[in-house]
Design a protein around this ligand. Structure first.
Ligand code: HEC
Length: 394
């Protein structure tokens, strides 16, 4: 019992830390991107300054100037922005261990997709995370990333292919988290392995009284542009585990493909505005079309969906299925090892509770295959069809 309770609170603590760190990181990175794009050159600026901006906030005015690559001398005090990113990754990785690796049989593996042991699934997850990052890093270092559009298209195809593969190895929920973790890792590694080391080299050059190499600044900027476009999709992927219709339906990989495309398109709108260019309003048309496509795709049902029999099922059939496939966990006193209270407070242990939770049952077990987790109690496609036929009439 204690193991389960401690793991619950570890999950809360690290989720809290992860969200706060991510808010701080994404907040400061959005701020700096908007600031960078809004800088205006002026004749009167000191030497080495490429632009200035005026801002009002918190009861005063800010006058910000940007030196590119660096001022002539090292300032006496310098604020770095890196721990937001590092904390986001570290807390996220611990959270992934607590939620996904230690409960791999529930959340990472789906035996109806591939019959992996928890250890195999964990190794696959960690190995593919490291490999995907290495491939990205190699592609950037080879100079491919300098060709922005082909690199963006190549990167997109790479991520969609990974998603397709993951949804055929891990559970839908595990696959979504995995692709989110890969994107997040790439983003943090950009800060850790390129942006910050390059800034350190620039500082070292300044201290040595040398002119810093402008290439260092450029390489950092390239990675920070990647991060800018990856931010919105990664957030959707990280909250997707609350939406069974996203991760637990037949075309879940195509839904991710749309999300990966929509995120950058929506960022483009804000980037253009911050530059002071005319707003590309078409972006919202594309975003709306994408959301409608996601809605339609998510209605396609679980992967192995069957059409229900012509005669509507009896409620007795429904309670029989739910009792045999769900109630060992979803009861006041669960009998499933490691589960100490009804998950998310959802009780499915008698006819009244089943009736009351009809919609939740439909979204999690009839229209998607989110429940039972990892199909651990081996519900059949026919049984899902019975639940769907019943839920459709509710
Ligand atoms: C092995 C134990 C287990 C079994 C069996 C199981 N569940 Fe769950 N269920 C869970 C866990 C754990 C969660 C919490 C998931 C999370 O942390 O997001 C959950 C969450 C839920 C939720 C809440 C989802 C939300 O919106 O937050 C619903 C509804 C649900 N299950 C329905 C079902 C149905 C219907 C079945 C049977 C077809 C079922 N469960 C079988 C463990 C189980």
């Amino acid at each position: 019992m204690w193991a389960s309770i401690i793991s619950e609170w570890l999950s809360l603590i690290f989720r809290w830390l992860h969200v706060i760190a991510a808010v701080a990181w994404i907040g400061s990175s959005f701020y700096f991107i908007a600031l960078d794009l809004s800088l205006k050159p002026r004749d009167t600026l000191p030497k080495g300054v490429m632009g200035e901006a005026w801002q009002v906030h918190g009861g005063g005015f800010y006058h910000i100037v940007k030196y590119l690559v660096a001022p002539a001398q090292m300032p006496s005090e310098l604020t770095w922005f890196k721990w937001e990113a590092y904390t986001t990754w570290l807390s996220g990785f611990v959270l992934m261990i607590v939620v996904y690796y230690l409960n791999a049989d529930l959340f990472l593996v789906d035996k109806s997709i591939l019959d992996l042991t928890p250890v195999q699934a964990g190794l696959f997850s960690f190995g593919s995370l490291a490999l995907a990052w290495l491939l990205y890093e190699a592609a950037c270092r080879s100079g491919l990333a300098r060709h922005e559009l082909p690199f963006a298209i190549g990167g997109y195809v790479f991520l969609v292919a990974l998603t397709y593969a993951f949804t055929h190895v891990l559970s839908g929920r595990g696959a979504f988290n995995q692709i989110g973790a890969i994107i997040g890792t790439i983003m943090v590694a950009n800060v850790f392995a390129v942006i910050i080391p390059n800034q350190k080299k620039i500082v070292a050059a300044l201290l040595a009284g040398e002119a810093p190499d402008p290439k260092l600044g450029k390489a950092g900027k390239e990675r920070s542009v990647h991060n800018n476009y990856l931010t919105l999709p990664v957030v959707v992927l990280m909250i997707s585990n609350h939406y069974p219709l996203l991760f637990g339906t037949r075309y879940n990989w195509a839904i991710v493909a749309i999300v990966l495309a929509l995120g950058p398109v929506i960022r483009h709108f804000f980037n253009e505005r911050h530059k002071g260019h005319p707003s590309p309003w078409w972006v919202w048309g594309v975003a709306a079309a994408g959301m409608i496509a996601i809605l339609l795709l998510s209605a396609a049902g679980p992967r192995d969906a069957k059409t229900a029999a012509a005669t509507p099922p009896s409620f007795a059939q429904v309670t029989e299925i739910v009792s045999s496939r769900c109630s060992m966990c979803h009861a006041a006193e669960p009998v499933w090892d490691g589960i100490v209270a009804a998950p998310k407070g959802v009780l499915l242990d008698n006819a009244d509770n089943i009736q009351r939770n009809a919609r939740l049952i439909a979204r999690n077990a009839a229209w998607s295959s989110a429940m039972p987790p990892g199909n651990i109690t081996e519900i059949t496609a026919d049984e899902r069809a019975v639940l769907a036929a019943w839920a459709g009439g509710q």
